[in-house]
Design a protein around this ligand. Structure first.
Ligand code: CTP
Length: 206
């Protein structure tokens, strides 16, 4: 009998340590039967917009995401089919032309800020985790990351944080934490949480 794909969702504020937790799980479970997808891959196509218009997009509102495509991919992976996940380029606020082929895996970890805001998406996850990292820590990390990795400057990071990132966190992301099975403090290096999650995933795999 074909084994079921386990979908794991890791949500939480921007720069709360979601990808660190997801990558640590992949490394430590050391299996080619795991893969990671970022919700950011599903930001809507903005090819038709100018750069100025793209800068004004609210990237922390659920409407900025092509959640239909993400849910479709989740369902395809669940039925053992490969999917072509868009590749996102933060420096131009748009998808690249090429996609990344993701093969069906035993465990698929999806990480992203808005994963638990929509009932049909959150219910598709077998396990839901929420990174409960203090917002000041997230802001420090985001500031560093956006300048080093995403081609931003201090003023633009602060403007975006005050206008959209923080308000959308309070309106959408934080309220959705009630839907998590487990709330994880102390970030993506929380050893006890990692060990507990690994045990649960191994349990589901067996
Ligand atoms: N974002 C942006 N510009 C875009 C698209 C997205 O600034 N063109 C920002 C959004 O404001 C959103 C963030 O990207 O808040 C989502 O990515 P984030 O969750 O911060 O990245 P991860 O690496 O997944 O975070 P973590 O550190 O928790 O792993």
């Amino acid at each position: 009998m074909k084994q079921k794909t386990i979908l794991v969702g890791v949500a939480g504020a921007s720069a709360s340590g979601k990808s660190l937790l997801a990558n640590t799980l992949i490394e430590e479970l050391q299996s080619e039967h795991l893969c990671i997808i970022s919700e950011d891959s599903y930001y809507k196509d903005q090819t038709h917009l100018t750069m100025e218009e793209r800068v004004r997009t609210n990237y922390d509102h659920p409407d900025s995401m092509d959640h239909e495509l993400m849910l479709d991919h989740m369902n395809q992976l669940k039925t053992g089919k490969a999917v072509d996940v868009p590749i996102y380029d933060y420096s131009v606020h748009n998808r690249k032309d090429e996609c990344r082929r993701v093969l069906p895996a035993r465990v698929v970890i999806i990480e992203g800020i808005l994963l638990f805001t929509r009932p049909d998406i959150r219910e598709a996850f077998d396990l839901r985790f929420y990174m409960d990292t203090p917002l000041d820590i997230c802001l420090i990390r985001r500031m560093k990351r956006d300048i080093v990795e995403r081609g931003r400057d201090v003023d633009s990071v602060i403007k975006q944080y005050l206008e959209t990132v923080r308000p959308m966190f309070l309106q959408f992301i934080e309220p959705a934490r009630q839907h998590a099975h487990l709330i994880i403090p102390h970030g993506g290096k929380n050893r006890i949480a990692i060990d507990l999650i690994k045990t649960k995933i191994r349990d589901l795999i067996d």
